[in-house]
Structures are given as C-alpha cells and as structure tokens.
Design a protein. Sequence first.
Length: 350
Amino acid sequence: MQRKIRYYLWALALVMALTDAALGTAGDTNAAPLQLMVSLTDGSRLIGTTTLTNLPLRSEALGTIAVRLEKVRSLQFSPDHESLVVAFANGDKLQGSLGTLSLELQTVLGVVTVPMEKTLEIRVVPILAGVASNNGLMAYFPFDGDAEDRSGHGNTGKVVAAGFQSDAATGKTALQVNGTGSAYVVVPRAASLEPVDGITISMWVKGVPGQAAGHGWGTVLWKGDYCQPGYHIRGGGISTFLLEGTTPCANASYKENASFLEFDATKWQHIVATYSRAGGLMETYQDGERINQTSLAAPLVHSGDLYIGGSPVSGDAGGFRGLIAEVRLYNRGLSAAEVRALYNHGLNVR
C-alpha cells in the first residue's frame, strides 16, 4: 500500500512539474502579446493578434489542462479535427483535443472569428515589445531546427550543407555553418524581400573560439546576384553592411558600406544593419549600441536570392563560421530605440 502511495505521489509530482515547466501556470501574467498565423482548409491564411492566453486541452495522459499559449510553437489539427498535436517551444509535444474555444484575431480585416473546424494549423509568433508590433517585418528565421519563415510571408529557406546545433551555454538551437561558401540557407527571390526606401537586418551570431569571425570575405548574409545590386553583410578586412546599386562591379552606381567591429568569437552578439532613405543614413549596431554610419539617400535596387550563413554567388564569397539565430528582416530602417528593444529581448530561448 505504501509503495502504491509513493508511486501516485511521484506521478503527481511529475505531472505538476511538466505542467509548470512546459505549459506554464495560470498565474503567469507577464506574457508578451502574441501573433498567430492560421492556415485554413481552403488555402486561406490569417495573420493577426490575440488576447487569448490559455488553451483548454484534453489530454488522455494528463486530463484537462490549461495550456499557456505563449509556451506553444504550433497546433497541428488532424484531418478529421478530432485531435491535434501541440508542439511547444522547448521541444515537448502533447496530443489531445480542444475543449470549447472561441478564437478571435485582430487582423487587417478587423476582428475575425477563426472557424476551428476549418483550421489546419496555428503557429504562434511572439511580438517584440518596442518594435511597433513587428511593423514591416519581411522575414523571421528563428533557426530553431528548420529554415521556416515565421513572419507569415512564406519566405521559407532551404538548408544546403549546413545543420542545426543546440548551444550548450544558452540551450538555443541555431543554424550552424562552417565558414565556406558551400554551407548556407537559401531563400528564393521574392518581392517581399525587396524594399525600396529602407531595410533592417537583425540577427544573433556566435563565432568559433580562435576564429576571426568578422574578418575575411565571410558572408553572413547576401541578397543579390554576382556583380548585381543587393544588400549584404560580409567581410572585406572586417564585416560590413553593404548596399550596392545597379552595376556595382563597374562602379557606375552607389556602393556604400558601414562596418561592424570585429565579432567576438566566444559569445553571442546581436548585430543590426539599418538603412532609411528618408533619414539618409546606413547604420550598424552591435549589442544595442550604434557602431558606424554612412550617408546615403538612394532607392534600393535588387537581384537574386537571399543567402544566410554563406554564399556560392562568387568564388570569394565564403561564409560565416559558427552559429546564427533569430534573423529578422524589416522593410524599413528601425530606430535606435527599436534596435535596443530587439537587443533587450535577447535570444528567443522559450
């Protein structure tokens, strides 16, 4: 009898620990606002924000529980909508069914009630406080095990000769690249990645100790064809943010840059490149502080695919050696306060 009691107490403690760690508790009142991407059975997709905090999940293993939506990465519905799989940001998964749920989204169409019986998948994207509710976000690659674009614009990439690794210090899963031009993520050319009046590129990088992560021709990000216009973060003595006009190799149009400091190859660093045509400035930031600026007031022009981590576009393109995570691209130049907010948000290790 005592053995059974001890077993039941152990099982109860395990369930409570799982609920607190993976699901969150109802007492957590500090959840950030959430953006949802909802895929429907007719091919439609809705993107909007919700004030919903809990999901009433019925699990055969755990019974009826309130799942904290902020802890969730996605909800995948079965074809008959009798069940669903909840994937959490920490890698846990639970199978079950939803209780009574009314999901309303604030979208560009106004408030929309989501028909749950016609929903294929729901993905959760945290909105960053202080960055104007993701205003202008063109693409977002967390690199937490895949190259999927979580912005809702469908700019999902393909992993080529690269992989994903969990960083021992933080537990963050990130894109791992080897410093050559043959290992990268490639994203097909799309109009949504080609703004005219401004751009911001934000990412977290961690080099390999002993490697000069910011030197040489190591490509961190490249958008464009060879000797054609585009935007880049790549080496050239030290890593720089480059904007190139219509014929950069012939020097017949602008080719401006703003450099970073040498990347620290022993810790995560937040690097940001911004350009605003109206403001007339290209700027680079590291760990929330502005490092450099260059004057420019010209429309952006574009070509080619987007490469992250390395590039095969030219023979000397090379690549970054280390880890890359939380890549965000905006179609406008973020302010210094917004850059600081991105840095303060830190690595998304939910």
